[in-house]
Design a protein around this ligand. Structure first.
Ligand SMILES: NC(=O)CCC(=O)C(=O)O
Length: 264
């Protein structure tokens, strides 16, 4: 599976400009032979939470149509980062996935809202757990930013067969060390690929974002990593068989003693 991870600066509160920008990145990147493109968290709006009610998508429209069109045009699967999304009782932070035929195949709304960026004041948390989905016959999952601090979520996905876990993020620069350490830990403990897309730049709220989008293998090694201040596209080929080799060598899933854990 060949992956392209997009890292860019989000225009605060400017949905149109951000969509236009992503369309340009697709156009200017050689996506021949790429299977899956990954976008970051809240990429249509940034953390413009004061205006989020009016900036949010309406049950993922119209952004779903934009992503479906891009997926078909470039024949790529798209992990569409996440967007502010009005559904039911409020605005959710919703991630979604479209396959290369333009079919909508997965949706997950962030269950852990991040207090440090004021999300609980403006957004509502998702009510469903992160589930595994399939692209090109491979099982995978997606979680959103602050979710990274909750290993249970990753373990559940891995136990359900996820071989790649995507982390879509707007992770601040002041906690870059946590970003890198936690992503590597999640890869090592779950022996799966971790593919993470983060944004760069400083938003008018004063928060500066870390960049450092990254692709980590199931042994915890960094395969590719972006800088903290440049727009970049990371391209990497993932060897899906490598997961089996690592799990055979260090059989943690066979060594688990679930009787001794609170959550098993
Ligand atoms: N957008 C986020 O969820 C940021 C998470 C964060 O800042 C942290 O966990 O630290």
């Amino acid at each position: 599976m060949k992956i392209a991870v997009l890292q860019f600066e989000v225009e605060f509160g400017d949905v149109e400009a951000n969509i236009e920008h992503v369309e340009k990145v697709f156009l200017n990147t050689n996506l021949d032979n790429i299977d899956t493109v990954v976008l970051p968290e809240m990429w249509t709006t940034g953390y413009d939470l004061e205006n989020i009610q009016k900036l949010a998508m309406d049950n993922l429209e119209p952004i779903k149509g934009v992503i479906q069109r891009l997926a078909k045009k470039y024949s790529v699967n798209i992990i569409a980062g996440s967007v502010a999304n009005t559904k039911g009782e409020g605005v959710l932070n919703t991630s979604f996935v479209v396959n290369r035929d333009g079919e909508f195949i997965h949706e997950y709304s962030k269950i852990h809202l991040v207090p440090m960026l004021n999300e609980p004041k403006y957004l509502v948390g998702g009510k469903n757990k992160a589930e595994v989905f399939e692209l090109d016959g491979e099982k995978m999952g997606v979680v959103i930013c602050y979710d990274l601090r909750f290993p249970e979520l990753f373990r559940d996905l891995a136990l359900d067969g996820a071989k790649i876990i995507f982390v879509v993020a707007e992770w601040p620069i002041e906690r870059t060390a946590h970003w890198l350490t936690l992503l590597q830990a999640r890869a090592i403990e779950n022996q799966c690929y971790i593919v993470a897309s983060n944004i760069i730049g400083k938003q008018p709220t004063g928060t500066e974002f870390a960049g450092k989008s990254i692709i980590i293998n199931p042994f915890g090694e960094i395969m590719n990593q972006a800088t903290s201040n440049e727009e970049e596209v990371l391209l990497e080929q993932l060897d899906m068989e490598y997961i089996n080799r690592i799990r055979k060598k260090i059989p943690i899933f066979k060594s688990r003693r679930t009787n001794y854990y609170k959550f098993n």
